[in-house]
Structures are given as structure tokens and as C-alpha cells.
Design a protein around this ligand. Sequence first.
Ligand code: ZN
Length: 460
Amino acid sequence: MAARDAIKQYLKENARRFEEELCQLLRIPSVSTDPQYAGEVERAAQWLAEHFRSLGLDAQVHPTKGHPIVVARSPRVPEAPTVLVYGHYDVQPPDPLELWDSPPFEPTRRDGDLYARGATDDKGQMFTHVKAAEAWLKTTGSLPVNLIFLIEGEEEVGSAHLDPFLEEHQEELRCDCVVISDMCQFGPGQPAITYGLRGIVYYELRLQGPNRDLHSGTFGGAVTNPANVLVRLLASLVDEHGKVQVPGFYDDVKPISAEERQRLAMLPFSEEAFFQQLGVEGGSGERGFTTLERCWARPSFDINGLSAGYQGEGAKTIIPAQASAKFSFRLVPNQDPAKITAALEPFLREQLPPGVTMELKSYHGAKGVLVNDEHPYVKAAAEAISEAFGTAPVFIREGGSIPVVSTFQERFGVPVLLLGWGQNDDNTHSPNEKISLSDFHQGTRASAFLLEEIARLGSV
Ligand SMILES: [Zn+2]
């Protein structure tokens, strides 16, 4: 416990400097999607590597065919387990700029929050683990575990070069668990451990009708209208209760256990407040499930974009030559994106009337994830969070997808601890992104304690 007291003291005394250092990183506009910023992305990678070295870690910037991956290792502690911290130093574009109350790359403190692009996603959350490592090294001279930081620069653009990198470096990156902080707590003052994520499969459907837009008076009623067909096809995918109609779609869905349903029902969640903040009177979805179950543990279907025909001012009476839509299914364990695609394509094709052809393109796919919440490391994380935040974490799922999580699970076969320090209203990917400074410091504390808890358990 002496070490823990010294660490608490160190974190407290250096809190302001940690914020200043985070601000330095936040000032680098490492926007990964825009080639114009490539130099800045590189600069962020170099800044991080330099920072790791200043703490006594061995750090390298590995070039990839895209943006570099930063890997840093702590001095070797024989016999101790190895923890791999994954994070990303790239950020989303800041647009629309005019909606920011302070410039996105000039970090600004307001009411206990730090505003900047990347504040929570993921520079701020990732940095908590860096500062936790520093606290150990500066107070006791060593870490209780072996730490590997793997910080990539392409998370916001699909992590295309991460898996090949993991494959190539599998031996050196071997670890006992992976820690990721790139998600949210359940709410202010209520920390959480995320044990489930939904997967996703995303499509673009294009329909081609006549070789040009036609007069709907001359041809209407005889020529097949691709826009008419499109809405019929899309409507056929789901019934009025949100139940997906693609054959076999639910075959592999892992049911929610009675015990889990009970646990989810106990979460302090207000349905009314949830819908109110969205400006709607209520929601709808699959029958027999609560809102949280629908968002976290059941698959769903959504049209994400639609386009066809005349969209200008006034009326224009045409049969459009083309129609297209983008749509996606959120998946849950153990649904397989490839299997869904294999069932979807013929389901749509069979419904096509003469006069229209279709093309179905599938974009990224990711499987849903469940982490064994009974694992000793998960319990260790709960201990560490309880002490750091002064409140025991609740166990939650998240409706979104983090494809790298299943990548880590499959490649290393180790538990992935999803410890989010963010809040739902942190404006991730939106103007005025922020992180609460108290969340940042509590997260840092939790990370420092976690390393000791894991060391105590050893490799399990
Ligand atoms: Zn992120």
C-alpha cells in the first residue's frame, strides 16, 4: 500500500502538468482521413514516441503503408504479466469549424472540461495510461507489470494496417490482456466496464432501370421505376416492429440470459430522459425487449442514406433511371457478417421485377464482441475503478462497433478490458469535443491501480 499512497500523491502533485502535456498532443492536428494533414499525423506519432522515451520506455515509430504505429515498451520485469494498452493518436476532421466555441486544435478549459478535437477520442483517454506508467516509474522506479503501448494512427479511417502489423509482430506483442480506453462511462459519476460491443455490416444497394430518366406521363405504369423498387426492397428487410426479415438472420444470435436481463434492468436508466434529449416522444423496436437491450444486445437495421430521382425545387415528373441506398445491420455475437451477406443478396435479387438490375456492395464488416466478465482481470479492473472513482463500476454493453477489439481477441486470445473514461455528451466526432478533467485524472488513477491489481494476480 505504501506504493499506492506514493502514486496517489504523485498523480495529485503532477495533475496540472499532465493536462499541459495532453494539451501539447491535442495541438497537433493529426487528422488521419485528410492527406493534407499527413505531416501532422506523423508529427503526433513522433511526439508520442519522444514522450515515451522521456519516461524511460523503449519507443519506436513503425511506418506502415498508411500512418505509422507507435509501439513503446517498459523496462522488462521478469515473471510479471504483460499488459498491452491499445489506443489511437489520430483524430476525426474538426468540421464544421463554425460550430466550435473555441478552435479545435487550441485546447481550452471551460467548467472543468478540456475542449479540443481528440480530447476524449482518443488522445485524452489513451494518455491516462501513459501518465499511470509514469507515476509508477517516477515513484518506485519500476512498473509492476510489463507494459506495451500500441498506439495507432488510423483508427478513424478503419485501422487497415493494424491487423497485418499485429500478425507480423505477434511474438513481440504477446500479452496477458489488452486494455482499451476509447469509450464512455455509463454517466457522470457512474464509471463502467464495457463487456459487449455490437458488430456491423454495411451495404450500398444500387438499382438501374431505363437508360435515362423518363417522362412519367408517357412511360409511367409500364416501365419499372427503380425508386419504387428500392423502397419496396428496403421495406422488405424489416417488419414494422424492427424484426429483420432476411432468412436465417437470427440463427446465430446469442440470446440475452435471464441474469443479464435482470442486471441491465437494474441500471439507472431513464427511458423518458433518453428520448427527451433526442427531441422525440418515444421510440420503437423489436417487441419484447427494453430500449437498452435493443441498443446493446439485439441486432438492428437502419437505412443510412437514400438517393433517387429529382430533388430540386418544385415538381419534375420523371421515372428516375437509378436509385440507391446505403444501409447497415448492427450485429450481435455470434452473427457473422459474411453469412448475412450470403443470405441478403439472393433475398433482394429474388424480389426484383423485370426492368431493373441491382448491384449490392458490402463495405466494412465486424463481428460483435463479448468479454468474459467473470475473468479475474475484469474483477481487478472493477477493484481499481472503484478505488479511483470512489464508485463501483457498472457492467454495460455498447451498441457501436470497435473492430479492433475482435481483432485483438482473435489474434491473442486474451481478455480485452474496455475501460471508458469518456461521457456520452463528450461530442465525439462532433464540434466541441471535450473530456472532463476529473474523468481524465480518475482514469489515470484507475489505470495506475489496475497495473498493481494485475501484477498481484500474475498471468492467469
Ligand atoms: Zn476512438
